[in-house]
Design a protein around this ligand. Structure first.
Ligand SMILES: [Zn+2]
Length: 358
């Protein structure tokens, strides 16, 4: 066995001066002006957050204090569950901080082959909306890993879910939907794969067309879903995995007026193309919502800095997403206000605009 192979298996120490890719961590010698941004310039709404809605009151209070420090006015908890659990989560969060938390419901996937499922799932969601849910969240299982009794993948635009989206239109409730995964997860795990490191750290994230449907199929199915329900607003999460091809995403938005997106977990895509991304936001700023996904307050600083500053070549916090540095977009106040709260106030029902700048 040669040295290269042994290295690959972690069995040989590198020769002097040789460094493994994963270990290479050069300390930048660049000195340019710039600073952390620990609070957003305007109050913001986090449209994409995951919390344990049953946390005790003291923990909820601490969460609100952490939100205050970031200038976060409201947070959407996407993990609202359904039925009895939804009611308990809603009561726990809204009962304590009615103006700070927004709860999105999830669908019931129990017995989804039963003849009454289509009606039952739609009625269940309607009940959640009547009980205060302000949107629907669909996780990545929807359309990708959810299967029928024969083991067949159920597409996002399957008829059994049609009524669900009409109920959303009726209550003007947006659907925050996670479709597929980053495209490189379907591609060969080799030296040319931009997510090589992530797939090394999490081999289970690799996907295949045979098992999960191809990336293109999943995207096409979700597009058919959006087009089938023109009165329902869809927030296709994570820049719809088109953060590396914003022009394409813009074309999709041109063709689908009910298509919105969020920037959750993909700020590193924007931070590597500051000039084009800024132009793109000038054009599509009405369709993008602020969200972060993983709750780690200090990581929000990077979001604010990328969006607001014109700083150059600064650190991102998760190498498996980006082995490159960040650059600030320097978005205008007008675009920041849309991204931080105006778009959310527009498409999430029942939000109070009081306290947000005009
Ligand atoms: Zn998420």
């Amino acid at each position: 066995m040669n040295r290269r192979k042994l290295l690959g298996m972690g069995l040989a120490a590198p020769l002097a001066g040789q460094v493994l890719f994963e270990e290479y961590d050069p300390k930048s010698t660049l000195r340019v002006p710039g600073r952390d941004v620990k609070r957003s310039k305007f109050p913001h709404i986090d449209i994409h957050n995951h919390q344990n809605g049953m946390m005790p009151a003291e923990q909820l209070d601490r969460l609100v204090a952490d939100m205050d420090a970031l200038n976060m006015s409201m947070m959407v908890n996407l993990n609202g569950n359904h039925g009895e659990k939804f009611r308990a989560i809603y009561k726990n969060m809204k009962g304590r901080h009615p103006k700070r938390f927004i709860v999105f419901a999830n669908l019931d996937f129990e017995n989804l082959d039963a003849p009454d499922y289509r009606d039952r799932v739609a009625r269940g969601l309607e009940e959640a909306f009547r009980g205060g849910a302000q949107g629907l969240k669909l996780f990545k299982n929807f359309g990708m890993t959810t299967r029928d009794k024969n083991g067949k993948r159920i597409a996002a635009d399957d008829a059994r879910w049609f009524d669900v989206f009409e109920v959303c239109a009726k209550y003007r409730a947006p659907v925050l939907i996670h479709t597929a995964d980053p495209k490189p997860f379907w591609e060969p795990w080799d030296k040319n794969n931009e997510r090589w490191l992530e797939l090394k750290e999490f081999p289970s994230r690799r996907r295949t067309a045979a098992k999960d449907g191809s990336w293109e199929e999943l995207m096409a199915e979700s597009e058919r879903l959006f087009r089938a329900h023109p009165k329902t607003n869809f927030i296709s999460a994570h820049l719809r995995w088109y953060g590396n091809d914003l022009e394409n995403l813009g074309r999709q938005m041109d063709g689908m007026p009910n298509l919105y997106t969020d920037i959750a977990a993909v700020i590193a895509e924007l931070g590597r193309q500051p000039r084009f991304a800024r132009q793109w936001f000038d054009k599509y700023g009405d369709r993008v919502l602020f969200g972060k996904d993983v709750w780690a307050p200090a990581e929000y600083y990077t979001y604010f800095r990328v969006l607001e500053s014109t700083d150059e070549y600064f650190e991102y916090y998760r190498r498996r997403h980006a082995f490159w540095k960040m650059y600030g977009l320097g978005l205008s106040d007008g675009v920041l206000k849309k991204l931080y709260y105006k778009n959310a106030l527009k498409i999430v029902p029942g939000l109070e605009g009081k306290g947000f700048p005009a």
